[in-house]
Design a protein around this ligand. Structure first.
Ligand code: BES
Ligand code: MN
Ligand code: ZN
Length: 505
């Protein structure tokens, strides 16, 4: 077994970029007329290579374009300078900047740089950008090849320096810590999603989340099958009954001393460790990806980790129902009727619409535990992916003001959330002959009818938002800023909500 690697060190410095001693200093350059005025002498330090490259259009500052030059003289202490294309300055929002920093981290790792620096350019917010930089520079630490006999992805740097000239030192140190913590947490979620389902069973998922919680001083409670039965969670049990693996329900609480009684944020994450579709079985093609059907749950756990470490000032409850959705002699059949913990009866039309079932019981439970504002996160519907592709997550909920709050948090955090409707008419599509509702209304408006199903388990007047991350949880292709595989989506949105001073818009 390889020795446990030491944690990389992330530090901030408010000094001049010239004095940063790293193997590679990354300098974001905007497309257009970015004259690097905040970096006098940089071109000379590379013997004029930078100006030559720019004049000849070898480097234009296009997004994720790199130009690496050795420092040959002058005041710069770095061994190499790497210009990274940051696209147009006016497009430099949180998501863009994080991606640029992430692309730098992949470049550093592929080249096995032992240390790297990320420069916050003049004109950008020196603190906010430092936080985003530390977050993005953590991206390449995630390694999707955990089961390869020989690693071939280079080594992640031991030391990362976020350079924010002139920044306030205390605020900078806090920002780097925050960004690094977010990046680590996002990688924690990505690692969980990447784990194969034979390793990450519901009970293993629960143990890992509980261990994480304990390591950051959160209280976590793992409910087993009998306790789930005692709570009468017929929907969660109905999904789990086809599997040899027993279900779990994990409750994580962040209860900082002195926090107001209310509001209490409730985060609920879908934790299906593998989704075969059940008796309404999925086609074989691509089914292996369904190991990531617990990404919503992982995002909730990762957000709770971050909020504990960043000492969020409010009460937050995370609820993660965990199960497999398997085929077998004991599996739920289409036509079966299940009774939820809230008492609502559900006729199963399609056993592949399992996420909404386990979330129904979990939403109810979060409210039982005192959550006053709900956000659930789930790889819920292929229909949402059809609507928005891999570009944005679907956002649903009520009231409008709460949905707007969540959307604003997403924008600030760099997760793209796009609102989709919950018209009353969709409720009609859930009518059952035999029970209160059916679990699958078929093809049309599939993302909205799924959200409408969840809405049945939210008490009147409780603000609730639902993020459908089916399209955004997993990257099918490798990009400059992202490995193929789990993306860490939604973690930052939940964290942003937890840190907000007010939950009103
Ligand atoms: N986990 C899937 C949704 C999904 C599909 C996520 C593709 C990521 C990629 C979910 O449990 C599911 O199977 N949904 C069904 C619902 C249908 C039966 C109403 C779907 O979207 O096909
Ligand atoms: Mn399914
Ligand atoms: Zn599923």
């Amino acid at each position: 077994m390889a020795q446990e690697k030491a944690q990389p060190e992330f530090i901030g410095t408010s000094g001049r970029p010239e004095s940063v001693t790293v193997d590679m200093l990354f300098v974001p350059v905007f497309e257009g007329d970015d004259r690097l005025e905040d970096l006098p002498g940089l071109d000379d330090a590379t013997g004029g290579d930078i100006s030559t490259a720019r004049e000849s259009s070898e480097f234009r500052g296009r997004l994720y374009e790199f130009f690496i030059a050795r420092v040959t003289g002058g005041p710069y202490q770095a061994v190499r300078v790497a210009l990274v294309g940051a696209g147009r300055r006016e497009d430099a929002d949180a998501e863009r900047l994080r991606r640029v920093a992430a692309a730098c981290s992949y470049t550093a790792r592929l080249r096995s740089m032992r240390s790297a620096g990320f420069l916050v350019r003049a004109g950008l917010d020196p603190i906010r950008t430092a936080r985003i930089g530390a977050d993005g520079m953590s991206a390449a630490e995630f390694d999707s090849g955990t089961y390869k006999s020989e690693r071939d992805a280079g080594d992640f740097p031991e030391r990362m320096v976020i350079v924010s000239p002139g920044a306030d030192d205390t605020a900078l140190a806090a920002a780097v810590f925050e960004g690094r913590t977010l990046g680590e947490s996002s990688n924690f979620a990505r690692n969980l999603a990447n784990e194969p389902a034979n390793v990450l069973t519901p009970s293993e998922f629960a143990s890992r989340v509980a261990a994480m919680a304990q390591s950051v001083g959160l209280s976590a409670e793992v409910l087993g099958e009998q306790q789930i039965r005692d709570l009468k969670m017929g929907l969660l049990l109905g999904v789990a009954q086809g599997s040899a693996e027993p279900p779990r329900l994990v409750v994580i609480r962040h209860d900082p001393p002195g926090a107001p009684e209310s509001p209490v944020l409730g985060f609920i994450g879908k934790g299906v460790t593998f989704d075969t579709g059940g008796i309404s079985i999925k086609p074989a093609d691509g089914m292996e990806r369904m190991k990531d059907d617990m990404t919503g749950g992982a995002a909730v756990a990762a957000a709770m980790r971050t909020l504990a470490l960043l000492k969020a000032p409010r009460r937050i409850i995370g609820v993660i129902p965990m199960t497999e959705n398997m085929v077998g002699g004991k599996a739920t059949r289409p036509g079966d009727v299940l009774t939820s913990a809230s008492g609502t009866t559900v006729e199963i039309i399609n056993t592949d619409a399992e996420g909404r079932l386990i979330l129904g019981d979990a939403l109810w439970y979060a409210q039982q535990l005192g959550a006053t504002h709900l956000v659930d996160v789930a790889t819920l519907t292929g229909a949402c992916m059809v609507a928005l592709g891999r570009t944005a997550s679907g956002l649903f909920g009520a009231p409008e003001s709460w949905v707007e709050t969540v959307r604003a948090a997403g924008t600030e955090a760099g997760d793209r959330l796009w609102p989709l409707p919950l018209y009353d008419e969709y409720r009609d599509l859930l009518r059952s002959e035999i029970a209160d509702i059916i679990n699958s209304a078929g093809r049309w408006a599939g993302a909205s009818t799924a959200a409408m199903f969840l809405c049945e388990f939210v008490k009147k007047d409780v603000p609730w938002a639902h993020l459908d991350i089916a399209g955004t949880a997993w990257a099918e292709e490798r990009r400059a800023f992202q490995a193929k595989g789990a993306t860490g989506v939604a973690v930052r949105t939940l964290v942003e909500l937890g840190l907000r001073a007010s939950l009103e818009k």
